[in-house]
Design a protein around this ligand. Structure first.
Ligand code: UD1
Ligand code: CA
Length: 456
């Protein structure tokens, strides 16, 4: 069976009150439309699958953002209803295919649910419904006495009896392409909203004696749409809650599962512990026994076994070895590479820096564009002066070197293995192996010096 997925994403999303098209707003760090495309793609593992996205409002930005994702776009210049929207994709329908209609603003739909819908739709339409305690605003599913689906009636077109029905249309539907190609162009807009309703294909199918299957989704969140920032936040919390549960089930300690945000993927070894208010973005991999203190941001990084990150640290695009200590208040910027046992302490910033085994940069330093050997001690307040306003230059520090506090290393510059730099030096020339370099004003002591006194 081949599948033609149609994702509706042309609506304006007025209630978001945003300049960004609604479907580009993120859930769990991924634009809603991106999530829907991913769930759809999973269905294509064992069959032919093509995806068409119907765009309208903000078409250019949506197209741009998903240009490389292997989907096709069709533009719906006027939003005349969901039936009209799907009809725009008819030229992309393949003969004998099954069409699956999804919504760019229903981001948490699961592949398994779509799978059951598809299995139910080889002869006629199958729709995904859900029971709602408060069905206001949704199309109601009308069934006959035998429980067979008869029609979907939109709220604005419904009488009192129909309004009392709590089984509602999620909007998600699967149907043979050949039937939709015939029926959609024949829809009428003679209804309360003057729109071409996709939902009218259900009554049409029944009138042609083609049975409609109703598949019930068990979890309302899975089929919940986002129309406002509040609904977006609600789904974000639901997603984060599920992720936290999954992490705990995998053996991770979360100090508070309500205070972690994973906006990408987080892979953890055994006995990882994560304190409150940590945010994980992109791909983060934590080894065994890694401990993350409170209020940390980790983005696209790997931390090997036994490493500890203390409170309020930020790590981005970095590789960290085993048993390292980072923070509190450290910032590891892109290109930082810590070898096993390295220490980067409070108020230290690193960028494009390799720090060797067991080396320490413990306090108030900036180490950028630097290659630091093993067993090096970099004293408090040391700065690599790596930028002259135009060029970035490299600082190299050999194994076992000792850099005294408050040193400025003016790159390009090298400090040899075992060398020592006196505190407060400004190093502009190479220091050779095992040498001592002192580059600072000589101390003068003036005896008998009188401090000024205040006149009374
Ligand atoms: C639709 C269903 C309703 C269902 C509800 C679930 C119809 C007629 N009604 O109602 O039964 O309970 O969804 O949320 O289908 N869109 C376009 N182009 C259009 C119109 C809509 O792309 O011309 C897109 C919107 O961007 C949105 C989706 O289709 O993502 C649904 O549109 P919306 O107006 O929210 O549908 P409802 O009238 O709420
Ligand atoms: Ca809606």
């Amino acid at each position: 069976m081949s599948i033609d997925v149609v994702i509706l994403a042309a609506g304006k999303g007025t209630r978001m009150r945003s300049d960004l098209p609604k479907v580009l707003h993120p859930i769990g760090g991924v634009p809603m439309l991106g999530r829907v495309i991913e769930s759809a793609k999973q269905l294509g593992r064992d069959r032919e699958l093509e995806i068409t996205v119907v765009i309208g409002h903000g078409a250019e930005s949506v197209r741009e953002q998903f240009a490389g994702s292997g989907v096709q776009f069709v533009e719906q210049t006027e939003q005349l209803g969901t039936g009209h929207a799907v009809a725009q994709a008819i030229p992309n329908f393949r003969r004998g295919a099954t069409v699956l209609v999804l919504y760019g603003d229903v981001p948490l739909v699961k592949t398994g649910t779509l799978q059951s819908l598809l299995s139910a739709s080889d002869k006629g339409p199958a729709l995904l419904s859900v029971e709602m305690a408060n069905p206001a605003g949704y199309g109601r599913i009308v069934r006959d006495d035998a429980g067979r689906v008869q029609a979907i009636v939109e709220e604005k077109d419904a009488d009192a009896d129909t309004l009392a029905i709590r089984e509602v249309n999620t909007g998600i539907l699967a149907a043979p392409a050949d039937l939709l190609s015939e029926w959609l162009p024949e829809l009428s807009n003679d209804n309360a909203q003057g729109e071409y309703y996709l939902t009218d294909v259900i009554a049409r199918s029944v009138s042609e004696d083609i049975a409609v299957t109703g598949v019930r989704a068990s979890d309302p969140l899975e089929v919940a749409g986002v129309n406002s920032r509040a609904q977006q936040a609600q789904l974000e919390r639901a997603l984060q809650h599920n992720r936290a549960l999954a992490l705990m089930n995998a053996g991770v300690t979360l100090q508070d599962p309500a205070r972690i945000d994973v906006r990408g993927s987080l892979e953890c070894g055994t006995d990882v512990s994560i304190d409150i208010n940590c945010v994980f973005e992109g791909e983060v991999v934590l080894g065994q026994d890694v401990q993350i203190g409170p209020n940390c941001l980790l983005k696209n990084c790997r931390l090997a076994d036994g490493t500890r990150v203390e409170a309020n640290s930020i790590i981005e695009d970095a590789e960290v070895g085993q048993a390292c200590t980072i923070g509190p208040f450290a910032r590891l910027r892109p290109g930082t590479h810590l070898a096993d046992g390295a220490k980067v302490g409070n108020f230290v910033e690193t960028k494009k820096a390799q720090i060797g085994r067991g080396s320490k940069v413990n306090h108030l330093s900036y180490v950028g564009d630097a290659i630091v050997g093993d067993g090096v001690n970099i004293g408090a307040g040391t700065i690599t002066c790596n930028y002259d306003g135009v060029n970035k230059s490299t600082t190299e520090i050999g194994d076992g070197a000792f850099i005294g506090s408050n040193t400025a290393l003016v790159a390009p510059v090298k400090v040899g293995a075992g060398a020592t730099v006196g505190a407060g030096s400004t190093i502009t020339r190479e220091v050779s192996t095992d040498e001592l370099a002192v580059a600072r004003g000589k101390q003068r002591n003036i005896s008998g010096w009188q401090r000024p006194t205040k006149k009374s």
